[in-house]
Write a protein that binds this ligand. Structure first.
Ligand code: 13P
Length: 251
């Protein structure tokens, strides 16, 4: 899987144009080998799903609130993004955690909510540089998984995509080395195996995210523990098509 997180970039008109380019350039053959998801800003979802309707490119939201309706100024419900044509939703991105104070408990509420309305969650986890340097990486990832997935059944786990995004690699140009990514993601898969069994852990899709570019993706996606990428900067231009082609080679 290759998922593009456009973050707070592109206007509705720019999003429409770019989604059209992706629809033209990502062939059905590629889409039969790789799941492709684009996650525009909430304000652009409508424009993007309209252009992508009838293609096999999925659209996801970057965030969601865990009630259908109500007095939650500024929030958008899962029901609303689903109605706009989203099939996926990113939950607990590190920018939501760091800039907007989102907690593992909120991630867990959102996860239960979206699974209840058949949206596919892409749950983000990852440690900061400080946590890594203090030797806390495994503790942080374990807390994010245990608390984030609390109460999630075996059946529900099969719907969940996990994205390991070390915070120090996001938007910095410093990509995790294959060894670092493999070690962290192997740890996450081991933890999933402990909680849900070995088979479930093998089936669980775990993506890497953080400074992915066409020049470094091939090596990352060839690793056993990496099932694809969640891409920020390189999802905003033609590089994204290259990344889909690279993933297809490893499908
Ligand atoms: P960059 O690819 O720009 O480092 O961003 C990664 C990311 O945060 C995707 O969710």
């Amino acid at each position: 899987m290759v998922a593009g997180n456009w973050k707070m970039n592109k206007t509705p008109a720019e999003s429409r144009l770019f989604a059209g380019k992706l629809a033209d350039e990502i062939s059905d053959e590629l889409l039969s080998q790789v799941d492709v998801v684009v996650c525009p800003s909430t304000s652009c979802i409508d424009a993007v799903t309209e252009v992508l309707r009838g293609t096999r490119i999925f659209t996801g939201a970057q965030n969601v609130f865990y009630e259908d309706f109500g007095a939650y100024t500024g929030e958008t419900s899962g029901l609303m993004i689903k109605d706009l044509g989203c099939s996926h939703v990113i939950i607990g991105h590190s920018e939501r955690r760091q800039v907007f104070g989102e907690t593992n408990e909120e991630v867990n509420k959102k996860l239960h909510y979206v699974l209840g309305i058949d949206l596919i969650p892409i749950v983000c986890i990852g440690e900061t540089l400080e946590e890594r340097e203090n030797g806390e990486m495994e503790n942080v990832l374990e807390r994010q998984i245990r608390e984030g997935l609390r109460g999630i059944s075996h059946k529900e786990l099969d719907q969940i995509i996990i994205a390991y995004e070390p915070v120090w690699a996001i938007g910095t140009g410093v990509v995790a080395t294959p060894e670092q990514a493999d070690e962290a993601m192997g740890f996450v898969r081991g933890l999933i195996a402990e909680l849900y069994g070995k088979d479930a852990a093998e089936r669980c899709r775990i993506l890497y995210g953080g400074s992915i570019k066409p020049g470094n993706f091939d090596e990352l996606v060839s690793l056993e523990n990496i099932d694809g990428g969640l891409v920020g900067g390189a999802s905003l231009d033609e590089s994204f098509v290259e990344l889909v082609k690279i993933a297809a080679k490893h499908s």
